[in-house]
Write a protein that binds this ligand. Sequence first.
Ligand code: KIV
Length: 265
Amino acid sequence: MSIVTLKKLKKMKQAGDKITMLTAYDASFARLLDQQKIDVILVGDSLGMVMQGHDSTIPVTMDDMVYHSKMVSPECKYSLVLSDLPFMSCTSPVQAIKNATRLMQEGGAHMVKMEGGESQAENVKQLARHGVPLCAHLGLQPQSVHKLGGYFVQGRAVEIADKMIEDALLLQDAGADMVLIECVPVALANRLTQALEVPVIGIGAGRSCDGQVLVLQDMLGISKKAPRFSQDFLTGQSEGISGAVATYIDQVKTGAFPSDEQCFL
Ligand code: KIV
């Protein structure tokens, strides 16, 4: 059991304490993040890009997710471990239960993350019924990149924004314990954070969210192409990678990150 629990994350939202999250996919970085006391370590399917060199998360398999979760989770004494359910791994409640079980039993994850809105409500409900902590992923859903035609800001149109809020509330009612929103305008992120009782974690969603997440390689400035909402915390850092992570944590906690230039209107 990690020191950071779901109960603690919910209390942090109530107290207005910002939640910090970064991705990690191996033991060395997981240990470093845990030692810096990051609240949540996300074993994201972004590993398809930053570990495997693909141009999307689509090729990532359940075996990949279990393999990387297994490397990360033993190092996490402090941080809660959240692992992604990859492309097409939860198309029915039976499949979602089977794959969430793998991430938790074999991978050691404390919580699982699933992309999708209304269409995932039944899967979320069944996982919640079986005691699986779950984070929903709304806004830009990278597993749908080919359907979307690229990585774009989501929810600028009023009807899409309203539908996102409706879906988020539906997923919360179904039992989601946290909601991650990716690439949404600040006003919508604000509405979602206010409307939901569960913590809302943003990436490219402005500073009003209850917490922030970044891909580790983006914030270390070593990914092929970092998105505009990210920041290189390593360049110019005298304390190296640990210092970059500590600065990220501090800037999220104080609200210095993200800046206005790193947000979408
Ligand atoms: O896979 C991942 O790293 C993610 C983040 C982009 C939030 O889902």
